[in-house]
Design a protein around this ligand. Sequence first.
Ligand code: PLP
Length: 409
Amino acid sequence: MPGPGYAFLGHEERENVEKVLESWELTRFKRDNPNNPSFVDVFERLVERSFSAAHCVAVNSGTSALLTALAALDIGPGDEVIVPGYTFVASIGSIIYSGATPVLAEVDESLTLDPADVERRITPRTKAIMAVHMLGAPCDMNALTRLAERHGLLLIEDVAQACGASHEGRRLGTIGAAGAFSLNPFKVITSGEGGFFLTNDDHTHQRGYSFQDQGWFPGRTDIGSGDVLFGLNLRMADLAGAVACAQWEKLDHVLSETRRVKKQLADAVPERPGVRRRVLHDAAGECGTLLVYVFDRVADAQSVAAALDTKTLVDSGRHHYANMPQLAELSKPGGRPSPFRRGGEEGGHSYLPGSLPRTDDVLARSVAVAIGVSDSYLGAGFGVTVRSDDEEIAKAADRLSSTLDGVLG
Ligand SMILES: *Cc1c(COP(=O)(O)O)cnc(C)c1O
């Protein structure tokens, strides 16, 4: 089972897809009839309304949404963007392709950016902080917002893993200058491939729209108010829009089911010394897609992971900076991790394994139990699914409890 939304794919998605097939209107631009909006248009308006965001632009992936956010905010060569060393490789890759310089920062026991470490890494070239809401839970948005304001920085939210989560009542992705979401099958809800970008600022929206649609102004007009840009084609196709609309209507249900299963499993595993749950900056607002335990000792985390046929988070592929060979390449003079730049250009910044000792340590002490997202790549090879019944949840809780008893005594 990939993400929780995937488990709820059904006849609603199928009916929308059939409507697209009946008309063969496969792009978001319906020929001739402005009163008959495409699914992609409908999706954007649905998202704006339910998240109280001024603007949504649907795109073809979460990576495209991040690139769009960076371009919309005019981030490029010469700028530094602070990003956590624990995130999916796409967060860092999108910064590379914007031409800016990624600056890695530590995460704390929330597995999200440590604001104090972010502050230490600010230089006169820093333009933005990319806050990644990892494993379904919000970053410390109060501290990061204050920091961004104090230093005149842009805050970009990577909400790929936390669609629908909130922080103190505000939906993630609407707090910073822009939010980027993914709809790939491992995320909270899915359209197969897809993503979207949110902003409350009209100018940022115009630039974002133009970037993903070959420089057209919003509404696909030739002229508009704002900046002329070269864009790319990162548009969402209407078959994906059809699925996305049906999944969006299910978001609240998917989240409440995921949270219910998580609570049921977590409540059945008694607390004990030597381990605690990951710090949550808003326990009620997180998605609940993963239940993360942080151990005092690396050896205990390793023993528990091995007994559960999973691994500690330090070994999650392409989610820990030390598991990204591209970063090692970027550190080498003459290295070529991207066709648009050479290695060795990142003067003074280290990307090599060992450069974030606190991140390495906390990930080595962490084990994630799958709730709604089962992805061994993410390091969550053991757990339940959003469709698990009471018996399956109880069985998983028993295995987890007895493993913890066996290892921690
Ligand atoms: C999945 C993910 C992305 C990229 O999304 P795609 O739709 O796969 O391009 C970006 N950032 C994070 C944190 C992710 O988990």
